[in-house]
Design a protein around this ligand. Structure first.
Ligand code: OKS
Ligand code: ZN
Length: 343
């Protein structure tokens, strides 16, 4: 299969990250995409192509317009305000505060448009966000054009980004953009299968009341794992979307057998939905050695994921999400893709 990749991701570098009790170098760093790209090459997965540039209309089909317009202004506003370093939010309009009045300072606007401190900006961040969006839409175009599958090597990732907010390393929800784009191109139903370790709260929020996008999410139980405030099993969709959001929260220490049982159930529900296209939010932070995660999948498990998805027999777009064990991220991510190709 073809991989779509942009070198512009690399400008999103050197940012700092707030973790429990410290500020540390970001886990979501450029080497992630470079290790994956190197493995795509060494495994001869297929050609690596650059993205085509797209305007932001497809982003605004699922994101709020003011939120998308804000993103390119962050770094220029940050610098104009006399700041340097990493632009990071620090105040959020939670319960009891006004979430409807945008403040007039960039540091406050960062909080207005986010749910945590995990989506930070440096000079090259907007160009990276835009390139990741272009990568997703270009790969979607390959699938629409008749390819059985394509790999969008997106960085930064997207599944935590909601209609009007960023967070968790995510700004534009690449998988959600692609899903809406397929529908706008004439598809009737899309399934998004999110196998990242973390719940894709943004994807769930965006499609929660809709029947034309089925969202299936396998992840660490939000009672004890990020993003904490969404992803429980009783979240099944609302209104027209009732029954089309399916969550599989799992405990710390989940291994292949237990994880695979969830995947099997999800694939059954996906097949019953009979979508035109499957979008896989491909995170490999389920890996036993992932530095921020608590599942126990091993490298030989990843090709099995790909094989199971291939058995669905549907056009499939893989969109890169998380995974932070950079030494093995290429082996594991590309393992899913070679498994899909049954080799
Ligand atoms: C606190 C930790 C934030 C975890 C973000 C998780 C990102 C991810 N700094 N989502 O799939 O991998
Ligand atoms: Zn993740």
């Amino acid at each position: 299969m073809k991989t779509v990749y942009s070198p512009l991701h690399a400008g999103h570098a050197g940012q700092m990250e707030l973790v429990t009790s410290a500020i540390v170098p970001g886990f979501e760093k450029p080497s992630r995409a470079e290790f994956i790209k190197a493995r795509v090459e060494s495994e001869n997965l297929g050609p690596i192509v650059l993205p085509l540039e797209h305007d932001l209309a497809a982003a605004k089909r699922i994101h709020k317009s003011d939120y998308i317009d804000f993103l390119p202004t962050v770094w220029p506003q940050w610098v104009a305000s006399g700041h340097e370093g990493t632009a990071m939010p620090f105040t959020w309009p939670t319960r009891g505060l006004r979430g409807d009045v945008p403040p007039k300072r960039v540091d406050a606007l960062l909080g207005y448009y986010s749910f945590d401190a995990g989506a930070t900006f440096v000079e090259g961040t907007w160009a990276a966000i835009k390139s990741s969006y272009d990568v997703a839409l270009t790969a979607a175009g390959l699938v629409k054009g008749g390819e059985r599958s394509a790999f969008a090597l997106c960085r930064p990732p997207g599944h935590h980004a909601g209609a009007g907010f960023m967070g968790g390393y995510c700004y534009i929800n690449n998988a959600a953009v692609a899903a809406q784009w397929f529908l706008d191109q004439g598809a009737k139903r899309i399934s998004i299968l999110d196998v990242d370790y973390h719940h894709g709260n943004g994807t769930q929020e965006i499609f929660y009341d809709r029947a034309d996008v089925q969202v299936l999410n396998l992840h660490g139980d939000p009672l004890v794992e990020y993003p904490f405030f969404l992803g429980h099993a009783d979240e099944r969709g609302a209104g027209d979307g009732e029954g089309f959001n399916i969550n599989y929260p799992m405990p710390f220490g989940t291994d292949w057998d237990a994880w695979n049982a969830s995947l099997e159930d999800a694939c059954g529900k996906l097949a019953a939905y009979a979508p035109d296209i499957v979008i896989v939010s491909l995170g490999v932070d389920t890996f036993e050695k992932d530095p921020i995660s608590q599942f126990k999948l091993t490298s030989p498990d990843y090709p099995k994921i790909g094989r199971r998805i291939a058995k669905l027999g549907l056009p499939t777009l893989f969109v890169m999400e998380g995974g932070y064990a950079v030494e093995e991220i290429g082996i594991n991510a590309v393992g899913v893709l070679t498994g899909f190709e049954d080799r």
